[in-house]
Ligand binder design. Structure first.
Ligand SMILES: NC(=O)c1ccc[n+]([C@@H]2O[C@H](COP(=O)([O-])OP(=O)(O)OC[C@H]3O[C@@H](n4cnc5c(N)ncnc54)[C@H](O)[C@@H]3O)[C@@H](O)[C@H]2O)c1
Length: 352
């Protein structure tokens, strides 16, 4: 299969591209703008493969997107390119509209035009996998869970633009027959995640012996999924999913933010101890909460588990240990980021 992966230089995209090149026979065109979050360092081990090609392009540029589709003649598009950080969406929503909404529209429109020119057997096989988030469903109380028919109720500019893109993607299936499959996944963690996100931020702050900023009282609950399990889920959806359907993806690993940070501190105490009698958890500091911070997300993953046979392989404890080990062993990767665009500063306080 020939695949276009958008956002293949980002966190999840680079893990997906690595899997496709190292563990399958598929060919990959990685279409990525290389924003602050895109990083070709994440792909050095697979970039020389003859089955891999990188195209630096903006999905908001309709002409370029059409050109890449015509040149590549893909069997599928897996769409991950997005502005992805909630805090940045609070400080500056404009690029979220441009990439997540306009960019997704361009990609759907170009894919439909491309599909119209394919022979019937190739048309039947074509897939457009739209990768989205559980944040589109909004916030839950202490109990309950969202399934694929739950109403959308996004609260941040990030989740609102992802919700808009999900609606567009579904409408391209029902209106034009584009074989779209939508996935909504919970929080990912693992190697190659940009250090603005909770877990890498905390690991690096631990190593720097800096305060560990927990928003509000740390009560907010998130479900955590190892990125390699997300990659496996996307492959399952690509191979076995039904066009027009939506699949929730999650790790069945809900944690309060404060408990997750404490778990991480304990692992750091074992793997990279501080000086005597000092514990990383002593560095935990409560800071002003994120405006509009959703209390709890939880997704019911019965559909993908029973209909497509996917289940997560990593449990949270071993997944976190592997992630900490990776950041300890790949200091060069994140140090180069910190030397450039981002220095672990607080974002998203709505001081616009
Ligand atoms: N990280 C998570 O926990 C999570 C959970 C569920 C869903 N998702 C979704 O998965 C996708 C990937 O998330 P991620 O965490 O890897 O994000 P990321 O921020 O690490 O990577 C995004 C990538 O998209 C590229 N990009 C941004 N704007 C672009 C544009 N206009 N044109 C082309 N490329 C552009 C960036 O350069 C970067 O390589 C996103 O759609 C996100 O909404 C993420």
């Amino acid at each position: 299969m020939k695949l276009i992966i958008t956002g293949g230089a980002g966190f999840i995209g680079s893990n997906l591209v690595r899997h496709l090149i190292s563990a399958t026979d598929h060919s990959v065109v990685n279409l990525d703008k290389l924003t602050y979050a895109g990083n070709l360092d994440s792909l050095v081990d697979v970039a020389t493969s003859p089955r891999y090609r990188f195209v630096q392009a903006d999905i908001a540029d309709a002409a370029v997107v059409r050109e890449v589709l015509e040149e590549t003649q893909p069997d599928a598009v897996i769409h991950l390119a997005a502005e992805s950080h909630v805090d940045r969406s609070i400080d500056g929503p404009a690029p979220f509209i441009q990439t997540n909404v306009v960019g997704t529209f361009n990609l759907l429109d170009a894919s439909q035009r491309y599909l119209d020119g394919l022979s019937p057997p190739r048309r039947r096989g074509f897939r457009f996998v739209h990768v989205s988030t559980d944040e589109v469903y909004g916030s839950l109380g202490r109990t309950g869970t969202f399934n694929e028919t739950s109403a959308y109720d996004p609260h941040s500019p990030y989740s609102a633009t992802k919700a808009a893109s999900d609606h567009l993607a579904r409408s391209w299936h029902s209106t034009y027959g584009l074989p779209v499959i939508v996935t909504n996944c919970s929080n990912n963690y693992g190697p190659y995640q940009f250090p603005e996100k909770l877990l890498p931020l905390m690991i690096i702050k631990c190593l720097n012996e800096e305060a560990l900023p927990v928003y509000g009282t740390g009560e907010n609950v998130r479900d955590w999924l190892h990125v390699q399990d997300h990659v496996a889920a996307l492959m399952t959806v690509l191979e076995k999913g039904t066009p027009g359907e939506t699949y929730n993806i999650g790790g069945r690993s809900e944690q309060r933010n404060l408990d997750l940070v404490r778990m991480l501190c304990q692992i750091m105490d074992e793997m990279h101890p501080r000086s005597q009698d000092e514990r990383y958890s002593d560095l935990i500091t409560f800071v002003a909460d994120r405006p509009g911070h959703d209390l709890r997300y939880s997704v019911d993953t019965t559909k993908i588990e029973t209909e497509l046979g996917w289940t997560p392989k990593h449990d949270l404890d071993s997944g976190l240990r592997a992630t900490v080990r990776w950041y300890l062993e790949h200091r060069d990767w994140w140090q180069r980021i910190l030397d450039g665009s981002y220095q672990l500063q607080r974002l998203g306080e709505a001081k616009r």
